[in-house]
Design a protein around this ligand. Structure first.
Ligand code: GDG
Length: 726
């Protein structure tokens, strides 16, 4: 049976070797809880690093493997050197600072990059050992960005999901990395990519567009023949667990003990891993300012600051630890009294019940990261507030801020705003606290971790099904016979033919793509049969179509559906539209023509086209990316759409498309035989508009809504010739 393989850098276990004995404890992280419902079932497994270095001489590998196997886990072993170069190095000194906009902290090191590639390959090999082609692989986070593509090359048809737990930076940050393209290409090996927020998703899509030259439509990207999808899926917490732990007897006992120790001061809570992205020094400085500006709160409020040790072998983290130690010392030294400590500072972790007691006791949670993918601490605080009393101050740089609009939101770079927020929180009426908390609790209860896992799986399944529906079948002898039989027996037939790329191949100069003798003969044979109506559906202007094909008894759709000409011989516009917007867009396009030798503008009645088929390979694609984002920005409020065709970017009124025009023929004449052939994505509208019984045929091999495909225009001519003779 098909299984699901979860892959993350760390397994959800804490393993260590003490005095020659292996100790093992499963960890209760949010991800582990959420995925527990998956990886513990049937043959499913979780694959990752068990958390301790296993150098060659290490004898525990078999024991670790056996122990993990009992809990549906599979280890990927890392040596101390790999941990140093891959995990501490490339992951935490290159990607982490870059993705959190701490670019001045990035270490650019080729050996670390090599280690990153090597460890990702190690994970791929481990997956190869356990995976089958019909399995689902769900890969997590920034340590494994290359893995989706590596797995894809081992199992081309396997289903792969990827979720990034940290922010995806703007292209302006990401482009700094010398390995940006490889990282990106690694990621798009997945079928579905999830991010915490819309901004992360938008930044990712912009990098895909700029670096890989692939545009998107509603978050869907065509990677070669594969359509993949990107979406924002904010991760939730195990709401029930935090809610219940908050009333557990052990939690309540701890609360009583802690309260006796610290006295009746108000409490501000701060919990993070030690990390410069979390804004710990900035928070301390804001608290210091608060005490200075609001002396009435001296002796009345304290901060409970928990900093969980993390990555302390990485240089920047050591420096940060020293900075925090100094600041805490300075503030406590300056403001502290015998009976009052402004900052209760702990550099260690606590058991869940202790954490829960802190959440319960806190009047204010101060969550002020400089940048955070999501931030779960603020969500846990909310879930633990059984009486709904308490205030959340939340940085707008945390992914969670997008969901928690009832928190007091601050910019962590604005110390004055933080001071004001602290004051506002500490004097807030209970009624308002309850009101805000209630809204946030309802939302977190609903969008909990189980919901998130289910939604991720659902989105992955959705895109896989769409991929399957877009798989076209190359026309084989059987289908060909079927087409010819249905054609021969039909009394009325409708045939829609795109021109460029379908009836003729691409030429450097569009005017060179004139019909040749063979094409005239093929078309003539088709229109000679009285049962046939043959409609040429083109993006070209009507003058050219008229000049080339007007003398034949053909019908036409020109300019992607602006104009139509039926057998009565008159050109008519299909919808009422204006072309007044063209002046502004033309000026923009001229700028691109000036900078891009070989490109040129084609002007039609209701659209403008920028052609780059004669531009140096590579440059045209780069300019297209720039131009489409520029145009999308301009087009938004003008009811225009920007279409990328084969070597062209076309701007036209958004009401117009080939499918809408073709539907007029389909509706008017009920035909037992309908066929539509086209090659680029403007023809997709035609395919979609066709009734179920139509033969829709895509020229080329990319994903399409068409049922069938043919490899090239000459094959199209072959098929049409056969029909003409039938
Ligand atoms: C990454 C992204 C994203 C903390 N102290 C103790 C303790 N914790 C637990 C908290 C919370 C977790 O650690 C921290 O989660 P965060 O989300 O705040 O931060 P990261 O570790 O940086 O996580 C982040 C997350 O991935 C998920 O996608 O939200 O943005 O950076 O659950 O409760 N747990 C215990 N004792 C402690 O002392 N038991």
């Amino acid at each position: 049976m098909a299984k699901t393989i979860i892959v993350s850098n760390r397994l959800p276990v804490k393993m260590s070797i003490k005095e020659g004995e292996l100790s093992y404890q499963s960890s209760e992280g949010g991800l582990a809880t959420g995925l527990g419902s998956i990886y513990k079932e049937g043959d499913n497994i979780w694959l990752g690093w068990p958390g301790l270095a296993t150098d060659k001489k290490n004898t525990f590998k078999d024991e670790i493997t056996d122990t993990l196997q009992k809990d549906n886990m599979f280890p990927v072993f890392l040596t101390s050197k790999e941990i140093e170069d891959f995990y501490e190095g490339f992951c935490n000194e290159t990607i982490w600072p870059n993705f959190h906009y701490f670019n001045q902290y990035i270490i650019y090191d080729d050996d670390m990059w090599k280690a990153y590639q090597k460890v990702n390959r190690k994970f791929a090999k481990a997956i190869e050992k356990v995976a089958e082609p019909d399995d689902t692989v769900w890969i997590h986070d920034y340590q494994l960005l290359l893995l989706p593509e590596m797995v894809r090359s081992l199992f081309p048809k396997i289903s792969i999901g990827f979720f990034l737990h940290i922010p995806f930076p703007s292209y302006e940050s990401f482009r700094l990395l010398p390995w940006r393209r490889e990282l990106l290409m690694g990621m798009i090996g997945a079928d579905f990519l999830g991010f915490h927020t819309y901004d992360d998703m938008r930044h990712f899509l912009s990098s895909v567009s700029r670096l890989a030259g692939i545009g998107n439509s509603n978050g869907k990207i065509n990677v070669g023949n594969r359509k993949i999808m990107v979406d924002a899926l904010p991760m939730g917490i195990d709401y029930q667990k935090y809610h219940e732990t908050a009333s557990a007897p052990e939690t309540l006992a701890r609360e009583v003990r802690y309260r006796t120790n610290i006295g009746e001061t108000k409490l501000i809570l701060s919990i993070d891993r030690l990390d410069y992205s979390k804004g710990i020094p900035q928070r301390l400085r804001a608290f210091e300012q608060f005490l200075k500006r609001h002396p009435e709160f001296l002796e009345k409020v304290s901060i409970m600051m928990i900093v969980v040790p993390s990555r302390d072998s990485v240089g920047k983290y050591k420096e940060l630890k020293e900075e925090v130690d100094l600041l805490v010392g300075r503030i406590n030294g300056h403001y502290g009294r015998l009976n009052w400590t402004p900052i209760h500072y702990f550099y260690r972790s606590f058991p869940l019940n202790a954490l829960s007691a802190f959440y319960r006791m806190a009047d204010v949670a101060l969550v002020t990261p400089m940048r955070d993918g999501m931030n779960l601490v603020c969500k846990e605080f909310i879930a633990s507030k059984l009486d709904k009393k308490g205030v959340l101050i939340l940085s707008e740089m945390a992914g969670a801020s997008k969901e928690l609009s009832d928190a007091i939101q601050i910019n962590p770079n604005d110390i004055h705003q933080m001071v004001d927020a602290l004051h506002q929180a500490l004097i807030m009426e209970e009624e308002e606290q309850i009101q805000r908390m209630d809204v946030m609790q309802k939302s977190l209860q609903r969008y909990n971790i189980h919901h998130w896992v289910a939604l991720f799986m659902e989105r992955l399944k959705f895109i896989r099904e769409e991929q399957q529906s877009l798989e076209t079948k190359i026309i084989d002898d059987l289908t060909r016979t079927d087409i010819i039989e249905k054609y021969s027996s039909a009394e009325k037939r409708l045939i829609f033919l795109d021109y460029d790329g379908t009836l003729t191949g691409f030429k450097g100069n569009p005017q060179m793509a004139k019909p040749d003798k063979e094409l005239y003969e093929i078309l003539q044979k088709l229109i000679d049969q009285p049962q046939n109506r043959v409609v040429v559906v083109s993006g070209r202007d009507k003058t050219t179509l008229e000049e080339w094909l007007g003398h034949l008894s053909l019908e036409f759709i020109a300019e992607h559906g602006v104009w139509k000409k039926e057998l009565d011989g008159k050109w008519k516009t299909i919808t009422k539209i204006t072309g007044q917007w063209k002046d502004e867009i033309r000026t923009v396009l001229e700028g691109y023509v000036n900078r891009t030798p070989g490109s040129f503008i084609e002007e039609k009645d209701y659209s403008i086209v920028w052609h780059y088929r004669k531009v140096e390979t590579g440059l045209g694609e780069i300019r297209t990316r720039e131009l489409t984002s520029h145009l999308n920005y301009l087009a938004g409020n003008k009811n225009l759409q920007v279409l990328e065709g084969h070597m062209v970017v076309e701007i036209k009124n958004s009401e117009i498309n080939k499918g809408r025009a073709a539907a007029l023929w389909v509706d008017k004449q009920k035909s037992p035989f309908i066929m539509a052939i086209g090659d680029d994505w403007t023809d997709e509208d035609t395919f979609v508009a066709m009734p179920e019984h139509a033969f829709t045929i895509k020229v080329g091999s990319s994903a399409s809504a068409a049922k069938y495909s043919l490899p090239s225009p000459s094959e199209v001519r072959g098929l049409l010739t056969q029909l003409g003779q039938a």
